[in-house]
Every structure is written in structure tokens, then in C-alpha cells.
Design a protein around this ligand. Structure first.
Ligand code: XMP
Length: 510
């Protein structure tokens, strides 16, 4: 398979570059800009893309790769800061632009060979930079310009080294994908050979070789990521895989049974279900602070999982459904981002474990994981399950988590899920769920005064969970959800709809 290497200098768009390259049918991986030359050579890239960065090349501590990385004989494309990196080695002058450029710009194409082949004479492109190339190195010539950027695209006169100041990877750049496609196919000579089917075969083969005669343990949450990871490992090594599902009592209605049926009975995985409901509830008694809830649930999960793995004997490997975005965050050149919430995943086990990790989804995005799951025969109930936080319903109960409040929320949530599914909106929405508020309000039911709980409905659209908008649900649907909750869930007399986007709010309430 032809492969492209993306060296990450910390741009918020690096993942988008990877997306576009894969959409074009070429396999790629993102690696930190410091990746040693031997590792780069071992990867055998057909081309290298240098990402953007919040840094400036003229800063004393600017992130830079070595010149040998550029000059190892494969084509290179520098994007935004990547242009500065490329220029840096050939005597270019990059300075702080008098006026920073963000948003749309009109690009005039001066040379329609290679990168801009088939794209006419002008394009609207998306700029996001504070620096600009002031003087072009002698070894390079200009391919395109804008009013503010005299060298918006350049190429080396004799080597296949290209750079663009704008961002071809963002959707706002006209023909951005065609520009990347020209780099991949015309310049690098890549074949369009990245398909989920070949990825599955490759991953299964890799797992077999890694595991040998060992045993693998997998913490199954019932979510799509851990389920696909487990299924892939299962197809590679069969009964040598043991999955553990911890029912912490904070999961959605019917979830434990669904996981058991889909993964155990239907797909034949060796699945151990642990009933830890009582333990979690006891530990959560009296806790109202969201961060404290998250930390307790994370720690308790690890304790249960550890006990269970000890009981089941020796395992050399641990399979996890770590996704690409999780990996990328950990190689950020700027260090970890600020903690908004302490996320808890079943994969978040501490480092002291003596397991070798198997992370077959490390190179995939969420929608690619779904495609892989479909390829492997994962049933729709799991495949299309909405994202669900590790701490589960506990972070949707504002205030203390008690059995009664859990039961109430679980019922309300099941109604939201059922009605949204009935309206065939579940695949359009990122999430739709119920939240239990810590207040009571007055109502009137059958001539009687009531004083009962309030349920908030949260439904959002999102591409990746990083930003989100509240979903414009049809009024009829909201009406159906509201009347069903009030009439079917005892103790609720009011339903409200959350109309906040993220930012400034978050998707979950805690
Ligand atoms: P927020 O609430 O931060 O959530 O806007 C963004 C997305 O992440 C999910 N979420 C979690 N997922 N472990 C997870 O695996 C967690 O601890 C966690 N907390 C929130 C949330 O449901 C949304 O999809």
C-alpha cells in the first residue's frame, strides 16, 4: 500500500489533512515533527506533508524537522507553517505579516502544472496565518499568489518540493481536495489503494503476528470503538480473546443485555459481564461535584477491571479502542490542552499495568471505525450507538446519584432514544438524551397540584464532538417526547429543551 507521512507541527488542521488524504484513497499517518529519520525511512512514505503550526519559524524554539527529512528523495508538500519549514532550509525569509490573514482569499494561479493542474486560473482559498514568506529562495519558483501573499504557492525548481500558504485541507478552500489529489497522484505517484477491506485484513494479520500464542484481555464498554476493536481481535485470534463488560449501573436502559446478545451470543466473543452496580452506587453516595464523580467512577472502573483480570489468569495483551484523535492529542507539540473535563474511557488504564497494548484503531477516525465495524459484521444496534460518556448517566444527573434518580433518568432517556429513532433522526444527530435536573417545579395533573422533577432534553449535531450545535428537532417530536416522559415517568411534571451550542456550553451537562 502506498503511504503518505504527515509530520505534525501542532496545527489544529493536521487531522483534516489526514482525512482528506484518506478520502482520496491513500493511506497516511500523522507523526510528530520530531520523528527520527530512521523511523521515517522505515515507514517508506511515497510523500511527506508538513502541517501548519501555531508557532513561527523565526522563533528561537520553533519546531523544526531536520533537513535530511526533506531531502530523502520523496516529494514534500509544506502547508502554511510547513511552507516556512521548507523555506527555512533554503534561505527563505519568513516574517510576521503586517496584516494577519484569516478566512477567504482570492488565489491567482501562475502555473497550472503539477499542484494546480486542471484547476483554471483562480480559486477561493482559506488562509489562516500571521506569518508570510517575504522573499522566495532562489531554488524555488512561484506557482500562485494572492493580494496579501506574493508567494501563496511555490515549488522547488528541480526537486519535487511544494508549499502552499493557504489550507487546501479545509472545506472552504475551493478544489482543496483536487490540489491534495494532484500532490498525491501526479507528484508522488500514489495508487488509490486505501480501502477499509484491505485495512481489516492488514490489521488482523498484524494482530496475529503480535499476539502469537498469548492471551488478550479487552474492556468492552458496548460503545462502537471498543466493540470494533474487540471484534477485530476476535477475528484474528478467536478464543484467545476474553472481553470484560463492567455494568456500573450508570448505563442506558437495556444496554447490558444488548451487549451480551450482540457481542456474546451473536458474534461469539468470550464475554464476561461483571455486575458492579452496587459498588459504584456506594462510592457515589453524597457526591455532587462533577469532577469528583468522574474521578471516582474512573478509579472504581480500574479497581473492578483489575480484580477481574487477576481472577481470569494471566494476559499478556490488552486490546483498546483508542482512536486517531486520542493519539493525535498526545503528540501535540504544544503539550496537553487544558482540562475541561476529566474524560474517562474504558481504555484509560494506568501505565503500571504489565500489558502490551493492542490498539488496532489507532489510525482511524470515528466514521472509519463505523465503516470497519460494518465490514466486520457488527450489528447496527452497536454500530450506530450514539457516543456515551464513560461516567454514563452519573454526569447527566445533576446533584447526587441515587438508585431512584438513576431509574427515573434511564426511563426518560429511553423515551428520547425511542422517539428519535422513530423519527429516523438518530443517524443525523450526534447525540440525543435526557438530563435530570436537581430542582422540582409545580405542576397540575388531574386537578391535583404536583411538585416534581424537571427533565432537560439535549440533542446536538456535531462532526466530532469538539464543537456542536443544538439540534432543531421538529416540534412534533419534542411534543411526543415531552408528553411521553410526563405521562410515563413517574415523578416528572416538566420537560425543557436545551438550546445551547458548544462552545460556550459542553454537550454533557457535567
Ligand atoms: P463534552 O460534554 O465535553 O463531550 O462536550 C464531548 C463528547 O465526549 C463525550 N464524553 C465522553 N466520552 N468519556 C468518553 O469516552 C468521557 O468521560 C466523556 N465525557 C464526555 C460526550 O458524550 C460527547 O460526545
Amino acid at each position: 500500500m502506498d503511504k503518505i507521512l504527515i509530520l505534525d507541527f501542532g496545527s489544529q488542521y493536521t487531522q483534516l489533512i489526514a482525512r482528506r488524504v484518506r478520502e482520496l484513497g491513500v493511506y497516511c499517518e500523522i507523526r510528530p515533527f520530531r520523528l527520527p529519520l530512521v523511523d521515517i525511512k522505515a515507514f517508506h512514505p511515497k510523500g511527506i506533508i508538513l502541517s501548519g503550526s501555531p508557532a513561527s519559524v523565526y522563533q528561537p524554539d520553533a519546531p523544526l524537522c531536520r533537513r535530511e527529512v526533506i531531502e530523502q528523495g520523496v516529494p514534500v508538500l509544506g502547508i502554511c507553517y510547513g511552507m516556512g519549514v521548507l523555506g527555512h532550509f533554503y534561505g527563505a525569509v519568513t516574517t510576521r505579516a503586517a496584516s494577519r490573514e484569516y478566512g477567504r482569499a482570492s488565489l491567482t494561479i501562475d502555473d497550472t502544472a503539477d499542484l494546480f493542474s486542471g484547476l483554471g486560473s483562480g480559486l477561493t482559498v482559506w488562509m489562516s496565518h500571521g506569518d508570510k514568506l517575504e522573499a522566495m529562495p532562489d531554488a524555488f519558483r512561484r506557482l500562485a499568489h494572492t493580494a496579501n501573499a506574493p508567494f501563496a504557492a511555490i515549488r522547488h525548481r528541480t526537486q519535487p518540493f511544494f508549499a502552499v500558504q493557504f489550507h487546501p485541507e479545509v472545506a472552504h478552500t475551493d478544489s482543496g481536495k483536487a490540489i491534495l489529489g494532484n500532490f498525491l497522484f501526479r507528484v508522488c505517484g500514489c495508487a488509490r489503494d486505501w480501502q477499509m477491506h484491505s485495512f481489516a485484513e492488514m490489521a488482523i494479520d498484524r494482530i496475529r503476528r503480535q499476539v502469537g500464542n498469548g492471551r488478550v484481555l479487552c474492556a468492552l464498554s458496548g460503545g462502537v470503538d471498543s466493540s470494533v476493536a474487540a471484534l477485530l481481535v476476535h477475528q484474528a485470534i478467536g478464543p484467545k480473546l476474553t472481553c470484560v463488560f463492567v455494568d456500573n449501573g450508570l448505563i442506558r436502559k437495556g444496554e447490558a443485555v444488548q451487549v451480551d446478545q450482540a457481542m456474546g451470543e451473536h458474534l461469539g466473543l468470550h464475554l464476561i459481564s461483571v455486575d458492579a452496580r452496587e459498588r459504584f452506587l456506594t462510592r457515589l453516595k453524597g457526591i455532587i461535584d462533577p469532577e469528583e464523580k468522574r474521578k471516582i467512577i474512573g478509579a472504581e472502573f480500574i479497581a473492578v477491571f483489575e480484580e477481574e483480570s487477576r481472577r481470569l489468569g494471566r494476559f499478556e495483551f490488552l486490546a483498546q479502542g483508542t482512536l486517531y484523535p486520542d493519539v493525535i492529542e498526545s503528540v501535540s507539540v504544544q503539550g496537553p490542552s487544558v482540562t475541561i473535563k476529566s474524560h474517562h474511557n474504558v481504555g484509560g488504564l494506568p501505565e503500571q499495568y504489565d500489558f502490551e497494548l493492542i490498539e488496532p484503531l489507532r489510525e482511524l477516525f470515528k466514521d472509519e471505525v463505523r465503516e470497519l465495524g460494518r465490514e466486520l459484521g457488527l450489528p447496527d444496534v452497536i454500530l450506530w450507538r450514539q457516543p456515551f460518556p464513560g461516567p454514563g448517566l452519573a454526569v447527566r444527573i445533576i446533584g447526587e446519584v441515587t438508585q431512584a434518580r438513576l431509574d427515573l433518568l434511564r426511563e426518560a432517556d429511553a423515551i428520547v432514544e425511542a422517539e428519535v429513532a422513530q423519527a429516523t433522526l438518530n443517524r443525523e444527530l450526534w447525540q440525543a438524551f435526557a438530563v435530570l435536573l436537581p430542582i422540582k417545579t409545580v405542576g397540575v395533573m388531574g386537578d391535583e397540584r404536583t411538585y416534581e422533577h424537571v427533565i432537560a432534553i439535549r440533542a446536538v449535531t456535531s462532526l466530532d464532538g469538539m464543537t456542536a450545535d443544538w439540534a432543531r428537532l421538529p416540534h412534533d417530536l419534542l411534543q411526543a417526547i415531552s408528553s411521553r416522559i410526563v405521562s410515563e415517568v413517574k415523578g416528572v411534571n416538566r420537560v425543557v429543551y436545551d438550546i445551547s451550542s458548544k462552545p460556550p456550553s459542553t454537550i454533557e451537562w457535567e
